[in-house]
Design a protein around this ligand. Structure first.
Ligand code: ZN
Length: 105
């Protein structure tokens, strides 16, 4: 067991932007028997990888590769569509932003 400061909350790191944040701000994907799976509660057993809720991270073209790498999935097993659908559904629109704002600027 590595000694840890009891007062410091655990920080998770987004696989895309490498920013650290508390568990609440990050989405967890866990490695399961059949590849990656969404872990909304953040408590599933197994190796987990985190991505923050920022749309720019969730839409980043490297996302699936970074997640697969972090989860150490073999080349044949990727991040499935259900996981990506879940992730994209959790995206924060951001302050003042609107998903379907077409002519705001
Ligand atoms: Zn990020």
């Amino acid at each position: 067991m590595a000694p840890e400061a009891a007062s410091a909350p655990p920080l998770r790191r987004c696989v895309v932007c490498r920013r650290q944040g508390g568990k609440a701000g990050l989405l967890r994907v866990v490695r399961g028997a059949d590849g990656a799976a969404a872990d909304p509660a953040g408590r599933a057993q197994g190796r987990g990888a985190y991505v923050c809720r920022r749309p720019e991270c969730l839409r980043d073209g490297r996302l699936t590769r970074m997640l697969a790498q972090s989860l150490r999935l073999d080349g044949g097993m990727g991040i499935g569509a259900p996981v990506l659908t879940w992730l994209h559904g959790q995206a924060e629109p951001g302050p003042g932003a609107s998903i379907d704002a077409g002519a705001g600027r």
